[in-house]
Design a protein around this ligand. Structure first.
Ligand code: PNS
Length: 163
């Protein structure tokens, strides 16, 4: 059985938390499509091309992970990919309301689409792309929270000499 799961998000940028969720998903999915949303409500720090490049670098060693972008509804993209699973990370209760709404809306739009919520490793539960962006923009060390390629990209973006 070829169980395809979609892991959608902004990935601006990809963090160790995202990597952790992908690793966990590989235990029950045969293939993971990391799907980068083209249209975002807010202007991203990294362009779509940069986010795709970083994700491809981060998951280069994992043949079962494919990085793609998608525009429009996630439910339609899932149909195109013949995927029936959506993976989302759930860090805290504060994530829950938004995630529940999205999961139920996606199910209305595509009745055979199930959303699976995964908890990241406990030491990554505080982590978010927005916090990483903020810390990096203020010259803080984000080396523990992101892949070295992402750290380099952040350093270049903010022109920081992170020690
Ligand atoms: O990392 P994020 O920003 O929490 O990801 C949110 C994302 C991209 C998964 C969500 O906004 C999404 O699925 N966008 C695609 C458009 C869509 O299908 N909207 C209806 C969702 S119920």
């Amino acid at each position: 059985m070829n169980r395809i799961a979609i892991y959608p998000g902004s990935f601006d940028p990809v963090t160790r938390g995202h990597e952790d969720i992908v690793e966990r998903s590989l235990q029950f999915a045969d293939r993971i499509i990391v799907a980068v949303a083209v249209s975002l409500s807010k202007a991203p720090l990294f362009s779509l091309e940069e986010r795709l490049r970083l994700l491809n670098e981060v998951f280069s060693g994992e043949s079962r992970v494919e990085v793609r972008s998608f525009d429009g509804l996630l439910a339609n993209f899932a149909r195109q990919c013949d995927a029936h699973l959506v993976i989302r990370g759930l860090r805290a209760v504060s994530d829950f309301e938004y995630e529940l709404q999205m999961a139920l809306m996606n199910r209305r739009l595509h009745s055979e689409l199930e959303t699976v919520f995964l908890m990241p490793a406990v030491d990554l539960t505080f982590l978010s792309s927005s916090l990483v962006r903020e810390v990096a923009s203020l010259g803080g060390d984000v080396g523990a929270f992101v892949h070295p390629a992402v750290e380099r990209a952040l350093r270049a973006r903010f022109n920081n000499d992170i020690q």
